[in-house]
Design a protein around this ligand. Structure first.
Ligand code: TTP
Length: 193
């Protein structure tokens, strides 16, 4: 059986993969999440996913399969990452309020010690309800926004903020399972299910 390494410290990504039989080894990448000016949001997500996988691939040398991912939220051409503090969470959630935004997750799969790598992304559209300032503040006080792109978690209390979603749900939570299964199957002969 192939050895799978999940290049991520995200408990969500681990949880998503752990439902299946892959039994990944968890190995968080220590990279600085920088953006290059002029890069499209899809490129930002894919570059960061590549950096995470590549960083971790240096610790393996036996053909292991390394999976890295990066999730960003894009509203009106603005890339919204994780909030710096509660004030920033309020700013981000106010920008998303009553509107549609994109959640883009870049994924990168590398086979250690080879030149084989695949980089791709998935895009899901999410529409927020019209929320009052008080509702936004009450949500922030759940503490859920702080470690999440776009300052919300659709899988948690944050589901109450969402009016509509179009596309892959697991992509919003940080790992587009359908796309990952397709890529693992096609290029690495690995099946998630
Ligand atoms: C929009 C949204 C994001 N998120 C999370 C997924 C990602 O974990 C996080 C975005 O940050 P990332 O930088 O993609 O990932 P991470 O820092 O959590 O983990 P690592 O870099 O080690 O892989 O936001 C949710 O959990 N739910 C949501 O609804």
């Amino acid at each position: 059986m192939e050895k799978i390494i999940l290049a991520s410290s995200s408990p969500r990504r681990k949880e998503i993969l752990n439902r299946y039989h892959l039994n990944p080894i968890i190995f968080g990448a220590e990279i600085e999440e920088k953006q290059i000016k002029g890069e499209l949001p899809e490129q930002v997500a894919m570059s960061l996913a590549f950096e995470k996988s590549y960083w971790v691939s240096n610790y393996f040398s036996n053909g292991e399969i390394i999976i890295g991912a990066d999730t960003i939220v894009v509203s009106e051409d603005m890339i919204l990452g994780k909030p710096k503090d509660e004030k920033d969470a309020f700013r981000i959630l106010s920008l998303l309020n009553g509107k549609e935004h994109s959640v883009i997750t870049g994924i990168c799969i590398i086979r250690a010690n080879t030149n084989i790598k695949i980089i791709d992304y998935e895009n899901t559209t999410v529409r927020f309800r019209h929320l009052s300032e008080e509702q936004i503040m009450r949500y922030i006080h759940t503490n859920e926004p702080m470690d999440k792109a776009g300052a919300y978690g659709i899988q948690g209390y944050g589901q109450i903020l969402v009016e509509k979603i179009n596309g892959c749900y697991s992509n919003v939570v940080g790992l587009p399972l359908g796309k990952l299964d397709y890529l693992l199957n096609k290029f690495f002969n690995v099946k998630i299910l």
